[in-house]
Design a protein around this ligand. Structure first.
Ligand SMILES: Nc1nc2c(c(=O)[nH]1)N[C@H]1C(S)=C(S)[C@@H](COP(=O)(O)O)O[C@H]1N2
Ligand SMILES: [Mo]
Length: 315
């Protein structure tokens, strides 16, 4: 796609390391001064998120033994079609997007539906660092140190009813801040879904940061899903609604090209995309391609979810 809007300079995105270090010092000072639970009320909004992820504990569920992609790679080579379809568009065109204040509507088959403020979620659930591979359906991959909390923590808190079998996620839709919404490349708003047992799996993460910083807009600020054993498009960004359902929800990619993108979308080197092979991938920053691993390398943990299922049919 060659259609381009006038690029805005995304000042929020040029937070460099120096500023980051200063901000952390500021947060430490403020937290010290407030001495206790009220610190969050006194801090500017981004600092609130930053404070919540300041003391990350490293998760034992992290992927080990692989080099991390650089902060620069992770924040400049993106898919976020609401800001355009080129890999450079999300960084270039997301400067006007306002990720705060933020609430998530949780409804459907839950005992405690409601509008949940992100600030509360950050208080309720301990944030941890999880290194995961992200494998895009376009056959490239990255290794990313996320900061987040298990989606299971949130789902348990809202008490799924006995009729809940799936979870639907919806991205915010703000044409004035998201220039890509002008183009009908997908069914907007962007929608994704998981089976409830997939959503409750301990690897399924709600990310609020990466590299110890709150998420930049291009990565799905302020709250996005990360499902490491599925193709990247399942990891929906900037979530405003989570709905528990009895029936399998519709998804934007499945609606746009059902023969190419199924509901499950598990990374599977043995099942090719109709237009290209999924056997290998290019790790961003590397020259030679590497073999794609079954379930993106997380088979030991997740293969049991699909026991007895035909993965060629349920792609
Ligand atoms: N709302 C929304 N979420 C989205 C997308 C998108 O276009 N819109 N792209 C997906 C795709 S295809 C990938 S590979 C990942 C990329 O995440 P990253 O840019 O943070 O690496 O985001 C996913 N989440
Ligand atoms: Mo992707």
């Amino acid at each position: 796609m060659l259609i381009r809007t006038t690029p805005t300079i995304p000042t929020r995105d040029i937070t460099d390391e120096r500023l980051y270090v200063n901000r952390r010092a500021f947060i430490r000072a403020s937290a010290g001064a407030a001495a206790g639970g009220v610190a969050g009320l006194l801090l500017p909004r981004d600092a609130q998120g930053q404070a919540a992820i300041a003391n990350l504990r490293k998760s034992p569920l992290s992927t080990t033994g692989e080099a991390l992609n650089s902060f620069e790679d992770i924040t400049s080579y993106n898919n976020f079609y609401e800001f355009g379809t080129d890999k450079s568009d999300p960084k270039a065109n997301s400067g006007r997007f306002k990720p705060a204040p933020w609430t998530v509507k949780i409804d459907g088959e839950v005992g405690k539906p409601g509008d949940y403020a992100l600030e509360d979620l950050l208080k309720w659930f301990p944030i941890e660092e999880r290194v995961y591979r992200l494998r895009c359906v376009e056959a490239w991959s990255m290794v990313i140190p996320w900061a987040g909390f298990p989606l299971a923590d949130l789902l348990k808190r809202v008490e799924p009813t006995s009729k809940a079998r799936f979870v639907e996620f919806v991205t915010v839709q703000r044409p004035a801040e998201m220039p890509g919404l002008r183009y009908p490349v997908l069914e907007w708003p962007y929608r994704e879904g998981l089976r409830l047992d997939e959503a409750l799996h301990p690897l399924t993460l709600m990310a609020v940061g990466l590299y110890g910083k709150t998420l930049l807009n291009q990565n799905g600020a302020p709250l996005r899903l990360v499902v490491p054993w599925k193709y990247g498009f399942k990891s929906i960004k900037s979530i405003v609604r989570i709905r528990l359902t009895t029936n399998q929800p519709q998804t934007s990619w499945n609606l746009s090209a059902p023969q190419e993108y199924g509901f499950y979308s598990n990374v599977n080197p043995q099942v090719d995309h109709p237009r290209w092979s999924q056997a290998r991938e290019r790790r961003i920053g590397e020259f030679f391609r590497r073999e794609t691993l079954m379930f993106n390398g997380y088979a030991d943990q997740v293969a049991g979810l699909y026991k007895g299922m035909d993965l060629k049919r349920n792609y």
